[in-house]
Design a protein around this ligand. Structure first.
Ligand code: FE2
Ligand code: FE2
Length: 287
């Protein structure tokens, strides 16, 4: 039985309630918490909670690695300085929150389709392929309703870009969507998000697939450089592969699964503990 009443988090209710009871000085993470909670509430019985959590951490790792290598990779032309400044100043919780919204558009999809173990029909695939556009729109409308769009312009733009482009292939392969977007022109933060998403999806068991051995994940990401993934994003991923490997190993261990299970069961009550857990993980993974 789901832990949450889905109606409480329906997109309409979310938008109507957006910004209510949120102090004006709230951080971006606090403002968007109800938004990523929709994904957790929809999927409290499956592995999406862990996926959202882990991809947020992996994205933060890749951003940090990119900043060490070349902050100029973020943004285009005159915008470069502003993006690199934004990512340099962003704390891990902000980076995590930006990435945690990447699949928020799945809120509009029936969970029977999302967790279907068999091959999806053409119609079901069409429904799945809507989630980047729906997610980006929901993020924009939600922040606008909160009156937070201009105060968190970069956070908004980054979260929206990631939601919209995280399934776009750099080399415009067959399974790239939404259709008609040139993968070579997507923002670099979205290219990093695409890798974080796939590393996690392959490394862990999902309702529709088994976990891949980490060596196979490594070979796959490398082999898709310039095809599915941005070559510079792959280069960065390879540079911090030791850290990623350690992260995957740590999250595959049973005691971590237990912690996550408890967190899921007592989600509201344990919100503060999640934050403490994240802090521990940050201490471990973000030097
Ligand atoms: Fe997605
Ligand atoms: Fe995802």
């Amino acid at each position: 039985m789901p832990l949450f009443n889905k109606d409480v988090y329906s997109p309409i209710t979310l938008l109507v309630n957006a910004g209510r009871d949120v102090p004006a000085e709230s951080s971006f993470s606090n403002i968007v918490r109800p938004l990523w909670s929709t994904i957790l509430s929809d999927n409290s019985e499956d592995d999406t909670v862990e996926h959202v959590h882990r991809t947020g951490c992996l994205f933060a790792m890749l951003v940090r690695e990119a900043l060490k290598s070349n902050p100029g990779w973020f943004g285009i032309d005159r915008d470069k300085a502003k993006w690199s400044e934004f990512f340099q100043k962003a704390d891990a919780e902000t980076l995590w929150s930006i990435m945690a919204l990447h699949d928020v558009g799945k809120h509009f999809i029936d969970s029977k389709i999302l967790t279907k173990p068999d091959k999806l029909t053409a119609q079901e695939l069409k429904i799945i392929h809507r989630h980047p556009i729906d997610g980006a729109e929901l993020i924009s409308k939600y922040l606008e309703q909160c009156g937070a769009t201009s105060r968190f312009k970069r956070e908004h733009d980054a979260a929206r870009d990631i939601a919209l482009f995280h399934h776009v292939s750099y080399g415009n392969c067959d399974n790239s969507y939404p259709a008609g977007i040139d993968g070579m022109n997507i923002p670099f933060h979205a290219a990093l998000a695409a890798i974080a998403d796939v590393v996690d999806a392959l490394s862990f068991k999902r309702s529709y697939k088994e976990a891949w051995p980490i060596e196979d994940v490594h070979s796959y990401i490398k082999s898709e450089s310039g095809k599915k993934f941005h070559p510079k994003a792959v280069e960065l991923t390879m540079r911090c592969w030791g850290l990623i490997q350690e992260f995957v190993r740590h999250h595959s261990e049973s005691h971590v699964a237990e912690v996550d299970k408890i967190w899921r069961m007592y989600y509201v009550h344990l919100e503060h503990k999640r934050r403490a857990l994240m802090q521990t993980r940050q201490d471990n993974y973000y030097p």
